[in-house]
Design a binder for this molecule. Structure first.
Ligand code: NAP
Ligand code: G4F
Length: 323
């Protein structure tokens, strides 16, 4: 039986990846930080699976990493933990950068010092492109990157460090440059979930207004369940590399809002307000990815795209809030 360690297991991607690996017969060791309230909601459905183990750890805790690598001797290690909110990274830049950049450095150092290092996956991000010019068919692995937030700067540092460790120490370390991916398990303060949840609450008479920021920003939105499979595929490839994972479609926040509100038969004019509070000091105006390399070399393709994604997120929020 293979063992995989996943950091950030309580997050959106950590929960989908755990489910996926458990279904493939893995033993999954999920690493979580200590929180004052129990926040295992996203892993509750497989919490009792005998092949699922939760361990405490934190991005700034080196000793626990060595202890856990020794205890479980994993074949695969997925680093998904991060303060992942771009807007919040402007408010708490030091905490964000320490976890995203130095946290990753701590992990890579621990891994390369193992006798038999596990294959390693790093959660890189399309935010790294920032406001670099976007080719008409989308950003590729070789496109210029000009990150536009503390979060994105730290992700680019980590992205470069993974490549550097791969080339310097011959470890099997890959980075997935994942474009925005969403699901009913998406954090409630990211724009897609904020919209679907508010629409469901308005429909059920529990809320009257939704306050949003920049509606003109464009994003390439995919489904998290599809994207975690790409992470696994990268670690099954014979050689490590970097891969863009995206749908190849981009839409404005306004289009996402219209799609959901039309589906719910709600009026945007009546319920939506623009609030300066949600604008960022520096915005990334457009993200569009070209995942040809992942398709050709890994055989990966997204199954769920924009229209289905908006509907599935709204419907699940509606059902869960109603009950
Ligand atoms: P998420 O839902 O915000 O989950 C982040 C996870 O990291 C949570 O489990 C969180 O724990 C944990 N974490 C945060 N700070 C930590 C710390 N100091 N020590 C230990 N754990 C810590 O993010 P996601 O959407 O699943 O994304 C997974 C990864 O992919 C992240 O690295 C993100 O930056 C990256 N990424 C995401 C997207 C996307 O569109 N979703 C796109 C590209 C890249 P708590 O539950 O305790 O908060
Ligand atoms: O949903 P968002 O907060 O996601 P963002 O900033 O694109 O970052 C997400 O995707 C990245 C991959 O590209 C990840 F690396 C990162 O960890 C995270 O998962 O914002 C999307 C867009 C932005 O342009 C923002 O300005 O929506 C705009 N927006 C408009 N009103 C809003 C709001 N964003 C949020 N969070 N809340 C609003 O009220």
């Amino acid at each position: 039986m293979k063992t995989a360690i996943i950091t950030g297991v309580t997050g959106q991607d950590g929960s989908y990846l755990s489910e996926f690996l458990l279904s493939k017969g893995y033993r999954v060791v999920g690493l979580k930080r200590r929180t004052s309230l129990i926040n295992t909601d996203r892993v509750d459905s497989f919490y009792d699976d005998p092949n699922f183990i939760l361990e405490y750890w934190d991005l700034n805790d080196v000793g626990s990493l060595y202890r856990l690598l020794k205890k479980y001797n994993p074949q695969e290690f997925y680093n998904l933990a991060a303060q992942s909110h771009v807007r919040v990274s402007f408010d708490i830049p030091e905490h964000t950068v320490d976890g995203v950049a130095l946290g990753l450095l701590r992990i890579l150092e621990a891994i390369r010092n193992q006798d038999d290092p596990p294959r390693f996956y790093q959660a890189s991000s399309s935010e790294m492109y920032g406001d670099a010019p976007c080719p008409p068919t989308g950003y590729t692995e070789d496109s210029k990157m000009t990150p536009a937030s503390p979060y994105a700067c730290a992700k680019l540092f980590s992205h470069n460090l993974v490549r550097n460790y791969r080339e310097s120490y011959d470890i099997h370390a890959s980075s997935g440059i994942l474009f925005n991916h969403e699901s009913p398990r998406r954090g409630e303060t990211f724009v897609t979930r904020k919209i679907t949840r508010a629409a469901a609450r308005i429909k059920l008479g529990l809320q009257t207004e939704l306050h949003l920021g920049n509606l003109d920003a464009m994003r390439d939105w995919g489904y998290a369940g599809d994207y975690v499979e790409a992470m696994w595929m990268m670690l099954q490839a014979s050689t490590p590399d970097d891969y863009v994972i995206s749908t190849g479609e981009t839409h404005t926040v306004r289009e996402f809002l219209e799609e959901v509100f039309n589906h719910a038969e709600l009026s945007i004019e009546k319920h939506v307000r623009i609030d300066k509070k949600y604008f960022r000091p520096h915005e990334v105006p457009l993200l569009l990815g070209d995942s040809t390399k992942a398709h050709q070399q890994l055989g990966w393709k997204p199954q769920i795209k924009f229209k289905n994604l908006t509907a599935l997120m709204y419907e699940e929020d509606f059902i869960n809030i109603k009950h």
